[in-house]
Structures are given as C-alpha cells and as structure tokens.
Design a protein around this ligand. Structure first.
Ligand SMILES: Cc1cc2nc3c(=O)[nH]c(=O)nc-3n(C[C@H](O)[C@H](O)[C@H](O)COP(=O)(O)OP(=O)(O)OC[C@H]3O[C@@H](n4cnc5c(N)ncnc54)[C@H](O)[C@@H]3O)c2cc1C
Ligand SMILES: *[C@@H]1O[C@H](CO)[C@@H](O)[C@H](O)[C@H]1NC(C)=O
Ligand SMILES: *[C@@H]1O[C@H](CO)[C@@H](O)[C@H](O)[C@H]1NC(C)=O
Ligand SMILES: *[C@@H]1O[C@H](CO)[C@@H](O)[C@H](O)[C@H]1NC(C)=O
Ligand SMILES: *[C@@H]1O[C@H](CO)[C@@H](O)[C@H](O)[C@H]1NC(C)=O
Ligand SMILES: *[C@@H]1O[C@H](CO)[C@@H](O)[C@H](O)[C@H]1NC(C)=O
Ligand SMILES: *[C@@H]1O[C@H](CO)[C@@H](O)[C@H](O)[C@H]1NC(C)=O
Ligand SMILES: *[C@@H]1O[C@H](CO)[C@@H](O)[C@H](O)[C@H]1NC(C)=O
Ligand SMILES: *[C@@H]1O[C@H](CO)[C@@H](O)[C@H](O)[C@H]1NC(C)=O
Ligand SMILES: *[C@@H]1O[C@H](CO)[C@@H](O)[C@H](O)[C@H]1NC(C)=O
Ligand SMILES: CC(=O)N[C@H]1CO[C@H](CO)[C@@H](O)[C@@H]1O
Length: 508
C-alpha cells in the first residue's frame, strides 16, 4: 500500500503562540511570514565547483536534476529550518534514485568537492547540512509505504515526520519518531530519535528493520542487523557512513492518544517544578512529558506537553500538571497525528538564526531544575540586551530509567544502562553578529547546569550529549564515549578515502 504525503500548512511558533495567550509577554514578535533563504543570504555562489556541478549533471539519470541559483528548486534545496543553517552553494542536486546518489558520491569523491546532504533541514549547527560546494537535497525520496503483513514501513529519506504520521493516521499502526512537525526523518533517525513512545519502545534506532545506503564509494547496499558494524554505526553515527536513501521502520500498534499542551504564566514555575519532581517518581511506560521553559524579561514562563498512549490516561498520572492554573489547554483524546500537528508552534520562524545545545542529566532534581531556570534567565537577559528578538527556550524531557533497555548496542547512546534526559537548550535571534556570543553562552550554560547536577550526585561530568542536540564543537568523546575507537575503525574501513569527510557534521 502506498500512502500519500500531505504537505504541512504554514506554521505558527511557540513564542508568538504564548504571546497571543498572555499579551503581557509580547517579547518575541517574530514575523510568521516565511522567506526563501536565497533572498536573505548575501554571499554569491563560488565559481569554483561549477565543473563538478556539470560532471554530476552529465552523469546522473533523468530521474535526478542539478539546479543553479535563481531557480525555485535551488532556493528550496538550500533552505533550512533556520537561516543561519543555510549557505549559498555552487549548485544543488535532487537525486531521484539510489543509483544516482552513488553516481553523485563518486563524482564528489574523485573531485574532492565539499558537499552537504539535507533531509528535513532542521540541523541548527552551521554547515551540518549546508555547503558552499554541492548541496544534495533528498526531497525526491518521498515515498511512504506501509507493509502491514511484515509490520514495516519504508520511508524515503526526504520525508518529514508530519508526512509520516499523516500517512499512517487511521492505519492502526505507527512508527517511533519525532515529536515536532517539519523535522526530517533522516537526521533524527541517524542521530538516535527520542519519541513520545520511547519509554514503551525505545529510540527510533531501536525500531529499525533496514537501511538502504549509498556507501561512500557509490555502491548501494541494504544494512540490516546481520551487518554487525554498519548496523551499530548507522544507529547514532550520523552522516559518516554514506547517504541513506530509504529507512525501513518496524511498526507499533497505534490507537487514539490523550494529550496536548497547557500554557502556564510566570508565577507558576514553583508548581511546575513540584509537578516535574513528582512525575519522575512515576513508572508508566505509556506516559511522556515535555516541559518547555521560555525566557521573558518578566521571568521564565513554562508549559507542559502531556502525552499518554491510550485514549484515557492512567488515573492521577498528570493531575499535578492539570491542577496548575493555565491560560490555555488543548489536552484531549485525539489521533496521534492530531496531537503531533498541535505542536507545530514549537518551531522558530525560518527567518531566525539559531543555536542549540544538549545538556544531559539523569534527573530533573530541584537544584537542577533551578539551575536550568537560572541559566535561562541569566543568558536570556544578557543576550536580549543585544537583540530584542531573542528567544531562549529549553525543553525538559524526563524518561524512565530503563528507556535505553529496548535496543541493542549502537553508536549512541554509548551506555544503555541508565537514562539520560537530553534537554535541548535553544536560542533563536536575528542580530547577525551574535552567532559566536550565543555559542559561548550555550557552552557556559551547559557547564553551569552540569556542575550543579554533579554536586547533586549525578554522574554526568562526561555524560553523552545527544548528537542531534549537541553544539557543533562538542568533542566526539562527549557524544560517543567508549564507542569512539570502534566507530573510528568502522569509518576507516567503510570510507578509506574519507568521502563523507567532505560533508559537515560530527566527523569520525
Ligand atoms: C523543532 C525541533 C524539534 C525536534 N524534535 C526532536 C525530537 O522530538 N526528537 C529528537 O530526537 N530530535 C528532535 N530534534 C532534533 C532533530 O533530530 C535534529 O535537528 C535532526 O538533525 C533533524 O533532521 P533533519 O533531517 O531535519 O535535518 P538535516 O539538517 O537535513 O540533517 C541533519 C544531519 O543529518 C544528515 N543527513 C540528513 N539526511 C541524510 C541522509 N539521507 N543520509 C545521510 N545523512 C543525512 C545531514 O547531513 C546532517 O548532518 C528536533 C529539532 C528541532 C529543530
Ligand atoms: C528517462 O529515461 C528512460 C530511459 O533511461 C526513458 O525510458 C524515459 O522515457 C525517460 N523519461 C523522461 C521523462 O525523459
Ligand atoms: C495493520 O495491522 C494492524 C494489526 O497489526 C491492524 O490493527 C490494522 O488494522 C492494519 N491496518 C491496515 C491498514 O491493514
Ligand atoms: C534491499 O532490500 C529490498 C527489500 O528486501 C530489496 O527490494 C532491494 O532490492 C535490496 N537492495 C539491494 C541493493 O540489495
Ligand atoms: C517499573 O515497572 C516495571 C513493571 O511494569 C518494573 O519492572 C520496574 O522495576 C519498575 N521500575 C521502577 C523504577 O519502579
Ligand atoms: C545563576 O547563574 C549565574 C551565572 O552563571 C551565577 O553567577 C549564579 O550564581 C547563579 N545563581 C544561582 C542561584 O545558581
Ligand atoms: C548586535 O550585537 C552586537 C554585539 O555582537 C551589538 O554591538 C549590536 O549593538 C547589536 N545590534 C543591535 C541592533 O542591537
Ligand atoms: C528584530 O526584528 C525586527 C523585525 O523583524 C528587525 O527589524 C530588527 O532589525 C531585529 N533586531 C535585531 C537586533 O536584529
Ligand atoms: C559514570 O559515567 C561514566 C560515563 O560518563 C561511566 O564510564 C562510569 O562508569 C560511571 N560511573 C559510575 C559509578 O556509574
Ligand atoms: C565499496 O565499499 C564496500 C564497503 O566497504 C565494499 O564492500 C565494496 O567492495 C566497495 N566497492 C567498490 C567497487 O570498491
Ligand atoms: C492563570 C494565569 O496564569 N492567568 C494569566 C493569563 O494571562 C494573563 C495575561 O498575561 C495574566 O494576567 C493571567 O494572570
């Protein structure tokens, strides 16, 4: 059965959403209009890689195409979720077959041309899926195919999670993946994949059947559990081992869910903290909780995204959150796709610049919660003085202690014996001179919270940072830990000419 992809409607964003509800906090008046990044970026394309572009155009089949600046396709291909992740490339290419991805990799490798691979384009780190060389966009890999007999879904690597959930809506099954619309399946799955259903089934990488992969030398192969090394490496190892053209996920049963968002005002933070502390004592695999905390000049405001994987939650599980006075609630029984689509407001507008870092802790204790709030207010205040458009938004995401017990050894996480709460800290801003300042702030933020967690007794001074949240200069040891030597060895064997080293990312 082939399912149709539904395009997403244009998105609201978290901060304007909350502002609409509580007009006192109109601190973040982001425009909701989306722009093509080509019209924002000022650089002109380098002439340097034009011969590579032409060689690719001559080598690919008619299912694929090369595009140049001043075309609609080129603009779409270099576009990212935030503007600081977009770059002016010499050309873009939209491969239409796995074989052509192999052809393209061979040309790029033999000419040593810098390139980038873009799935959903949600990387916040500059250069991770953008380049001044050849921009590859996987957009033509758009198929979503459910095979209910084998309990698997094939998903093309250009697909985004909203398209997946729309296609699987009312099929009675689902796959374990992203929580926010427009994020790509590719980057999320290659880095790990924290999901609403992770307490029940693990990460996205714990629910894989197969990868169709264009190896760095251009050969197309299927990677399954029987390929010991690549199976290990692809689950968390990012874009180091080739370009994935198709992900085959195992399905899980899916009925109606219960959930939605509660928005709280400034003065409710103590109650939110108490509720978070109590929630972490519970042990229900069907329950998931995300708590955004957002900087405003008047203090930190918070929200609670509640999720229960059944039409009715277990008695009492979310009562503490429901009891806190809230300005708005859309918590109800609904389809999974409807719950998911209601969270599109968490995306920053695509005109913003942005940086994210992950802070891994094993518990949101009282002092760790306070440290997150303090750092959010401290850096929010400092940087808002340089950019009134700043938003600082973090998301607390507690999981059960055994969240990593649902899968086998993988590149990430390096230690599956206990949970790490990955905690995304996001800065979105428009002042173009602040990139370095914000990166420094994020490092300092992370160090400060980690120090408090260590004092709290948490063994996190070298806890693995989630690769999909980690700031670009995070040392590889702090992501892959004890797995690093094995990953280096696999990378050398699979990519002796370091072709994937021509693309940005956490490079092994
Ligand atoms: C609003 C928001 C919500 C998020 N929610 C979640 C969440 O719920 N759970 C979670 O775990 N993470 C989440 N993330 C983090 C997310 O997993 C990463 O941003 C991820 O990198 C996005 O994947 P992408 O395909 O959209 O990004 P891209 O920028 O396209 O790619 C990211 C990386 O993957 C590489 N890549 C992309 N496609 C391929 C391919 N086909 N083959 C090889 N390499 C490839 C790129 O080269 C790049 O290095 C969220 C991020 C944002 C911004
Ligand atoms: C693409 O090429 C194939 C042969 O390789 C041909 O059969 C097909 O008609 C071509 N399609 C288009 C749109 O040109
Ligand atoms: C797929 O299988 C599940 C049981 O595993 C069933 O509930 C569902 O109705 C099936 N869906 C379709 C579209 O056949
Ligand atoms: C990968 O596996 C699928 C499904 O079994 C098969 O159709 C495809 O031909 C395989 N591809 C390669 C390159 O072996
Ligand atoms: C959680 O519940 C499961 C059984 O449902 C049990 O095996 C596990 O030990 C419990 N964990 C904690 C921390 O209570
Ligand atoms: C808040 O953060 C600042 C900056 O890191 C630090 O100097 C201060 O001690 C922190 N306050 C508390 C109460 O932790
Ligand atoms: C942008 O940030 C710089 C510091 O990096 C600051 O000097 C400048 O005043 C800021 N611009 C505006 C318009 O606030
Ligand atoms: C803030 O946003 C407004 C409106 O988009 C813009 O005009 C202004 O230049 C931005 N300020 C900074 C410091 O970037
Ligand atoms: C602490 O964490 C490190 C990984 O960061 C691990 O190697 C070590 O075994 C842990 N120590 C204890 C006592 O759990
Ligand atoms: C390509 O790389 C794979 C994996 O290392 C290897 O098995 C294969 O022989 C290589 N193919 C060619 C043509 O070199
Ligand atoms: C319950 C609650 O927090 N209500 C707030 C909703 O927003 C308005 C406007 O900001 C506040 O005045 C209320 O206190």
């Amino acid at each position: 059965m082939t399912l149709r992809c539904e395009p997403m409607a244009s998105l609201d964003n978290l901060f304007s959403h909350i502002s609409m509800l509580s007009t006192t906090f109109l601190v973040v008046a982001f425009s909701l209009v989306s722009f093509s990044h080509a019209s924002i970026l000022t650089a002109t394309p380098s002439g340097r890689y034009q011969s590579t572009c032409r060689r690719i155009a001559n080598a690919i089949s008619n299912s694929s195409q090369v595009f140049y600046p001043n075309s609609i396709q080129y603009d779409a291909d270099i576009e990212h979720a935030i503007v600081s992740s977009s770059q002016v490339s010499a050309c873009s290419v939209e491969p239409g077959s796995a074989a052509d991805v192999g052809v393209i990799l061979r040309v790029l490798g033999s000419t040593r041309t810098p390139f980038a691979v873009k799935g959903g384009g949600h990387a916040f780190n500059p250069g991770f899926s953008s380049t001044s060389g050849v921009q590859i966009s996987m957009t033509r890999f758009s198929n979503i195919e459910l095979n209910n007999a084998t309990g698997t879904v094939d998903v093309g690597s250009g697909v985004t999670w909203d398209q997946v959930y729309a296609a699987l809506d009312s099929t009675g099954v689902n796959i374990v993946g992203g929580r926010i619309p427009t994020v790509g399946i590719s980057g999320l799955t290659l880095g790990g994949g924290y999901a609403f259903m992770s307490n029940q089934y693990g990460l996205s990488i714990d629910n894989m059947e197969r990868y169709e992969l264009a190896l760095p030398n251009g050969t197309i192969t299927n990677v399954t559990e029987s390929n010991k090394d690549l199976w290990f490496a692809l689950r968390g190892g990012g874009n180091n081992f080739g370009i994935v053209t198709k992900f085959t996920y195992k399905t899980v049963p899916q009925g109606q869910v219960w959930g939605g968002t509660l928005n709280y005002n400034v003065d409710q933070l103590d109650l939110v903290k108490e509720a978070v502390l109590k929630f972490q004592q519970k042990n229900d695999t069907k329950a998931a909780l995300n708590v955004p905390v957002i900087y405003t000049p008047a203090g930190a405001i918070s929200a609670a995204v509640l999720f229960y994987n059944a039409p009715t939650p277990a008695p009492g599980i979310f009562d503490d959150f429901l009891a806190i006075p809230s300005n708005q609630s859309d918590v109800k029984t609904r389809s999974f796709a409807d719950m998911f689509n209601s969270l599109s407001f968490i995306n920053p507008p695509n005109t913003a610049r942005g940086r994210v870092n992950g802070v891994s802790v094993t518990q949101y204790s009282s002092s760790v919660f306070d440290a997150f709030v303090n750092q959010t207010l401290f850096w929010g205040g400092k940087i808002a003085a340089l950019d009134p458009n700043l938003t600082v938004a973090i998301t607390l995401e507690p999981f059960l202690k055994d969240v990593f017990s649902h899968g086998s050894d993988s590149a990430f996480p390096p230690d599956r014996s206990h949970a790490l709460f990955p905690t995304a800290v996001t800065f979105a801003y428009t002042n173009t001179s602040l990139d370095g300042t914000v990166s420094k702030a994020l490092r300092s933020y992370s160090d400060a919270v980690t120090a408090v967690a260590v004092v709290d007794g948490q063994n996190v001074s070298h806890a693995a940072v989630y690769p999909n949240y980690a700031l670009f200069d995070t040392p590889l040891e702090d992501i892959y830990g004890v797995n690093l030597p094995r990953l280096h060895a696999i990378r050398k064997a699979v990519d002796p000419k370091d072709v994937m080293g021509l693309a940005g990312g956490f490079k092994l």
